[in-house]
Design a protein around this ligand. Structure first.
Ligand SMILES: [Zn+2]
Length: 126
């Protein structure tokens, strides 16, 4: 099944579920990568479309990506497929952030903490 094949290529960890750390770990993509360093995977038949791994991770675990939006890596790690490190943003916003510097801003850190809290709430609710 495609979804299993996909997650087999992700070094996902459940550490951040149990460990009360504000910033969860990156889930590195172990499969093929684009020239720009983003993870890629080919779909099953019939179309064999090549898709970006981080976008799939977000859609499989969280929600559909609104039409036209880009996925920003809050952690600045292009190989990362941790759905809680990803945020759908407009192209303009994505470019603005890309030029804001390579290091994580305080705003980004705060967002990652929020994402972690969200994940924890969902987990506790199950
Ligand atoms: Zn990450």
């Amino acid at each position: 099944m495609f979804e299993e094949r996909f997650w087999d290529k992700v070094a996902w960890s459940s550490d951040h579920w149990a460990e009360p750390h504000p910033v969860s770990a990156c889930w590195e993509w172990l499969g093929a990568r684009s020239d720009a360093g983003y993870g890629q995977i080919r779909a099953d038949k019939p179309d064999w479309t090549v898709m970006y791994a981080h976008r799939l991770a977000y859609e499989l675990e969280r929600d559909e990506i609104p039409h036209g939006l880009h996925i920003d890596h809050l952690c600045k790690n292009r190989r990362c497929c941790n759905p809680w490190h990803l945020e759908p943003v407009t192209l303009a916003e994505n470019n603005k952030r890309a030029h804001a510097g390579a290091t994580r801003s305080e705003v980004t850190k705060a967002k990652m903490r929020t994402a972690w809290t969200y994940r924890k709430l969902v987990a506790d609710d199950r």
